[in-house]
Design a protein around this ligand. Structure first.
Ligand code: UT7
Length: 361
C-alpha cells in the first residue's frame, strides 16, 4: 500500500503529493533496571546464555503497580510536544500501538488524550503485537496524507512486565517496558512515509499469544492456575518466521522503490533478538552498522522498539536519510516501511517552514 496518493515527481526526484512526515520524537523508559544477573536469581538461566542467544544485557521495568502503559505513553508524548513546541490542544489524533493497554476499554489513546489535555483529538489503539507501532504509523500517516489531520501523535508503548511470566525462563529474559512516540505532520517535499508493506497470517497464532482473559477464555480460577493470562511463546518457529518475513518485507519495499543496499541509510528493525537483526540485515545485503540496535539495554519492548530506536539515533539522522522500518510479531503480524527523514539532529522539524520553502521553489 503506498502511504500517499500517487505522487508526481519534483525537480529533486521526490514525490510532490501530500505525505506524512515525522517532525519530532519522544520517549520514556522506567528507571528500574532488571539485569541478567537479577534474572539468574529468579529462574534457571545465566548471563552468558541470555547474551549469546539474544544479545540482551538488561531491560527496564515499570515497578510502580499504580502506573501502566498510558503513563509511559503520556510521558513520551509530553517529551515530544515539548521538543516540537506544541500544545496538546493542537493534536488532531492519537494512535497507540500496544498489547498491554491499561484495560480492554477505554483505549489507551483515550487515557493519553485525557492526561495530555488533547481536547481537539480523536484516538484509538492498534493491536498488532510487536508490529503495533509500524501499523499505527501507517494508520496515522493515512490520516495525514488524506488531508483529514494536520498533527497526529503515534505512540508505541508496552508494559510487558504486566503479562510476562517470571517463572518461565524462555520468555521472562526477553521483554522490557518502555514507550516511544513520533509526531506526523504533512510534508510537501516528499520526505516522510513513502511506502508501506504489511501482512498478517493467523494460522500459527498459538506460537505467540496471551491465551486467557479475552472472550474466548474469560478469566476463571482455572485459567489463572494455568497461568493463561501470561504471554506464551514457542520461540524457534517464531525466530524462523521473524527473519524470513522481516527480510522479505524489507526487500519488497526496497525493490519497488528501486533502492539498492547502498541507498538505504538505516535499518530500523524490531528488537526481538540480536541474531534475528543480524540475519535480516544480512539477507537485505546491508552491513550490520546500518542496523539500529539497542536490544542490549532495553530487551524487547514490543510496540516501543521502533520509536525507541528513532529516539536513540535521532541525533545522528540527517534530512533525506532513507530508513527501512521492519517488524514481526504475534499474530503473526509483520511489515516494512520506507521513511525518509525530514530534519537534522535533535532539534525537531518545522513542517510549516518546509512547506513554505517548497511552495516558493
Ligand atoms: O517479538 C516477537 C517475536 N519474538 C521473537 O522474534 C522471538 C524469537 N525467538 C527467539 O528469539 C529464540 O527462539 C529464543 C531466544 C526465545 C530462544 O532461543 P533458542 O536458541 O531458540 O533456544 P531454544 O528455545 O531452542 O532452547 C534451546 C535450549 C533448551 O534446552 P534444551 O532443550 O536444548 O536442553 C531450552 O530449554 O535452551 C534452553 N533455554 C534456556 N537456557 C538458559 C531456554 N531458555 C533459556 C534460558 N536460559 N533463559
Amino acid at each position: 500500500m503506498p502511504a500517499s496518493p500517487a505522487p508526481a515527481a519534483t525537480d529533486d526526484g521526490l514525490p510532490a503529493g501530500r505525505t506524512a512526515t515525522v517532525t519530532a520524537v519522544g520517549h520514556f523508559l522506567p528507571e528500574r533496571c532488571l539485569t541478567n544477573a537479577d534474572l539468574e536469581g529468579m529462574v534457571d538461566t545465566s548471563d552468558e546464555w541470555i547474551q549469546k542467544r539474544t544479545g540482551i544485557r538488561e531491560r527496564r521495568i515499570l515497578r510502580d503497580p499504580e502506573k501502566a502503559t498510558s503513563y509511559m505513553a503520556t510521558r513520551a508524548a509530553e517529551e515530544l510536544l515539548d521538543k516540537r513546541g506544541l500544545a496538546a490542544e493542537e493534536l488532531d489524533a492519537i494512535v497507540v500501538g500496544t498489547v498491554t493497554p491499561d484495560m480492554f476499554y477505554p483505549s489507551t489513546a483515550c487515557l493519553v488524550q485525557d492526561e495530555l489535555g488533547a481536547t481537539g483529538a480523536f484516538g484509538y489503539d492498534v493491536s498488532a503485537a510487536c508490529s503495533g507501532f509500524l501499523y499505527a504509523l501507517g494508520a496515522g500517516a493515512g490520516h495525514v496524507a488524506s488531508g483529514q489531520c494536520e498533527k497526529v501523535l503515534v505512540i508505541g508503548a508496552d508494559k510487558m512486565s504486566s503479562i510476562v511470566d517470571y517463572t518461565d525462563r524462555s520468555t521472562c529474559i526477553l521483554f522490557g517496558d518502555g514507550a516511544g512516540a513520533v509526531l506526523l505532520e504533512p510534508s510537501r517535499d516528499g520526505h516522510g512515509l513513502r511506502d508501506m508493506h504489511q501482512r498478517v497470517d493467523g494460522s500459527e497464532w498459538e506460537n505467540l499469544c496471551q491465551p486467557g482473559g479475552g472472550s474466548r477464555q474469560p478469566p476463571t480460577h482455572q485459567s489463572l492456575d494455568r497461568r493463561d493470562h501470561f504471554l506464551k511463546q514457542n520461540g524457534r518457529p517464531v525466530f524462523k518466521q521473524a527473519v524470513q518475513r522481516m527480510a522479505e518485507a524489507s526487500l519488497t519495499v526496497m525493490q519497488r522503490n528501486d533502492l539498492t543496499p547502498e541507498d538505504v541509510d538505516y535499518l530500523v528493525p524490531h528488537q526481538a533478538n540480536r541474531r534475528i537483526i543480524e540475519a535480516t540485515a544480512h539477507q537485505m545485503g546491508l552491513p550490520l552498522e546500518k542496523a539500529m540496535m539497542n536490544i542490549g539495554e532495553y530487551g524487547n519492548t514490543t510496540a516501543a522498539t521502533l520509536p525507541l530506536c528513532l529516539h536513540d539515533w535521532e541525533a545522528d539522522l540527517r534530512k533525506g536519510d532513507r530508513l527501512i522500518l521492519t517488524t514481526f510479531g504475534g499474530g503473526y503480524t509483520w511489515g516494512a516501511g520506507l521513511l525518509t527523514w525530514a530534519y537534522d539532529g535533535t532539534e525537531g522539524h518545522a513542517a510549516g517552514e518546509q512547506e513554505e520553502a517548497s511552495a516558493g521553489r
